[in-house]
Design a protein around this ligand. Structure first.
Ligand code: SF4
Length: 349
């Protein structure tokens, strides 16, 4: 279904706008300096929206100072206490996420809605399988996709009663299939933009894979307007993983994409240090480009030609490619340096 457009500060999501990559700070929000430092690192990594946990009044008040020091839109993450949402809005946040499973009576939500409307900021209905309302959990016994969808429906009825439509929806679970099913139904039924995520996905490796599978299925079906890859790791990795998912589906073209072969018995150079070195040096490039690092002449030249830049290794040496053409052959010891000389000569960063 065509999605409404929602503005979160200067970032617009929904109806054809780029799918925004977001993350969440892992500091205590009231530790203002540490939080600002982390947000600045996220900004440098390309993060487009950042969410902060608001656990108490000090967190809610700290948002004002944090807001003054960063330019990325801020989202206050609220559970249990509607008054924290009111204070966060007062502090100038660009969006509020509330959990309908634990925010309490309707009148509390109404107060948040009235304040958000006054300030023209959207609210995310952030349904989470781990904290569904008791009556719905009792009905379905497990936080399956039906329970997630019904929680969203109930919340939307409430928002509808107060005629508030500046809404983003999420319905996250740790179970990939349930989450995919829930988002698929919600996408069909409602025109509000969707924030996608697999919650509690795990550490970088497993979490990245589970998020890649879940988000990948949905995004490929045209579902999703902003994504957060939840990892038990440095939040910068969430941003990198988010762009990697979007780049791999051709939905965004952000930063360099490294293609490297898995390496096998045909390879006659030390490929792993070459790949690590290329990966490290690519971090300073912001614009989209494909760089291929291939271990031998079987698939190497083909892949290297298809990429914007590439190397295909031979015995103790390698050929360097630029825009589909072999440029030069050099010794293994200067292969990476030569690749980056060629990139810098031919790439507009
Ligand atoms: S490119 Fe060559 S070295 Fe790399 S996996 Fe393929 S055959 Fe093996």
């Amino acid at each position: 279904m065509k999605k409404r457009v929602v503005s979160i500060g200067a970032v617009k999501i929904g109806d054809g706008h780029p799918i925004a990559v977001q993350s969440m700070t892992k500091t205590k929000t009231r530790d203002i300096n540490a939080t600002i430092r982390q947000i600045k690192r996220l900004e440098r990594a390309g993060c487009e929206l950042v969410r902060l946990a608001v656990v108490n009044k000090d967190d809610a008040l700290a948002l004002k100072k944090i807001k003054e020091s960063v330019s990325i839109p801020l989202i206050a993450d609220i559970h249990f206490d509607y008054r924290l949402a009111l204070q966060a809005i007062e502090s100038g946040v660009d969006k509020v996420r509330i959990n309908p499973g634990n925010i309490g009576a309707d009148w509390k939500l109404k107060k948040v809605i009235i304040r958000a409307r006054e300030r023209h900021i959207p609210i995310r209905i952030g349904v989470n399988a781990g904290s569904l309302p008791g009556d719905i959990l009792k009905k379905y016994r497990h936080p399956d996709s039906r329970a997630l969808v019904e929680t969203v429906e109930h919340s939307l009825e409430l928002f509808d009663k107060f005629d508030f439509k500046d809404i983003v929806i999420s319905a996250k679970g740790a179970d990939v299939r349930n989450t995919v099913d829930a988002y698929s139904v919600i996408h069909r039924k409602f025109s509000f933009p969707l924030h996608l995520g697999i919650t509690e996905a795990g550490p970088s490796f497993t979490g990245g894979i589970r998020s890649g599978v879940g988000l990948g299925i949905l995004l490929h079906r045209g579902i999703g307007d902003t994504i957060r890859v939840s990892l038990t790791a440095d939040p910068v990795k969430e941003v990198t993983a988010g762009f990697e998912i979007l780049n791999s589906l051709g939905l965004r073209k952000t930063g360099p994409v490294l293609i490297s072969c898995p390496l096998c018995g045909r390879c006659e150079v030390e490929l792993m240090p070459i790949v690590r070195s290329v990966q490290k040096r690519l971090k300073r490039y912001k614009n989209f480009m494909k760089v291929a690092v291939m271990g031998c002449v079987v698939n190497g030249p083909g892949e290297a030609r298809e990429a914007d830049f590439g190397i295909a290794c031979g015995k103790g040496m390698g050929a360097v490619f630029s825009k589909g053409r072999e440029i030069k052959r050099v010794k293994e010891s200067i292969l990476v340096d030569t690749l980056f000389e060629v990139i810098d000569e031919n790439f507009d960063n």
